[in-house]
Design a protein around this ligand. Sequence first.
Ligand SMILES: [Ca+2]
Ligand SMILES: [Ca+2]
Length: 441
Amino acid sequence: MLWSKSICHHLLLLASQLICSWTIPVSVDKTEVKTPEEKPSESPQSVDTGLHYDRYLREVIDFLEKDPHFREKLHNTDMEDIKQGKLAKELDFVSHHVRTKLDELKRQEVSRLRVLIRAKQDMEAGNGKTVDHQALLRQFQYLNHKNPHSFEVEDLDRLIKSATTDLENYDRERHEEFKRYEMMKEHERRELLKTLDEEKRKKQEEQYAEMKKRHADHPKINHPGSQDQLKEVWEEADGLDPDDFDPKTFFNLHDTNGDGFFDEQELEALFTKELEKIYDPANEEDDMVEMEEERLRMREHVMNEVDTNKDRLVSREEFMAATQKKEFLEPDTWETLEESQVYTEEEMREFEEHLAIQEQDLQQRTMELQKQKEELERQQEQLNAQKRELQQAVEHMESLKLQDAEPVAQDEGTNGGGAAPAPPANPQLLQGLHPDTPAHL
Ligand SMILES: [Ca+2]
Ligand SMILES: [Ca+2]
């Protein structure tokens, strides 16, 4: 329950902020103390916001959990800022920032894999080349290898396996993240519908159906990795004659770093043409987050079909072998993302239940904070009353002193404001409260 922990932590911070902002030092010098009446709308809003920015907080916190710099940023942002949506910009930035970081990690992982495979090839070939074990191990500092001198093909296999597992995890995480994204989108849509009357809801549903229709209306999508698809890249991106299509030349053209393999980035770049048929950032019905998911699906599909040794790289040989297959020439149809089901209704139900629990939890905690705030206000009121009483007592004693000094003095002007003489102060109160003593809460 990472989220609950985060919320808890965050709310504690908010609590301390609230406490700080409502702890008002008592000073007798000031006759006017900042009173809660100056913020009349504060109380009811504080309770409602729990629901209002719940999603917001969760997204920010999820990202911030991964990034200490932004974690700090959130902690320095107060309730008011969150309510007013000032974190929205931060969120976009955070999202981009973390995404870039993840992509960078992935690139590192792919190049790690490349180094390992090359080392393995050299070792297996045994053609006079020796693998520099030390140099290789320096790249994997986190491996606490006990015996780096006996570095064998099996060691490399193990490293390759761990690198491919890491990459699979990245992909899985991205799919999961995407699924949550889609469910949140649907959740918000359903919530909006609940707030509308019959007529408006109907209109909204129609608009939604219309947008879906517009999104689905695109030219035919070629099966990723098929001859048709590659030929289109050859013709439109490379500007070559389709009649001259040659897989070997195609491979060399798109193996951009010239290492003899298609890695994930090189493969994904091949799908841009197809994706542009479906997605246009200028259209409101085309969601670019979905485009990236479609790109990932395409790459995974091609890897599944072509990467026979499952090392997550498509070698020239693997590529050439794939172009000889029947599927290359006569592929099945490609089911695009909008035609497939990203989540089941059951998953959606679970997701919404989970959200409701989180919202309830947040609302509960917000109410607790509200209670704390009210208690602090009450204590402050009490202190103000005590302070007034103390002041009156001091004035009263001074007037008595004056009467002692001038027993026959005329009764004039001692109470300039016309206030009646105050009753004697509570002795306990006088003992416990010096005018300069800060409020003890
Ligand atoms: Ca390459
Ligand atoms: Ca391979």
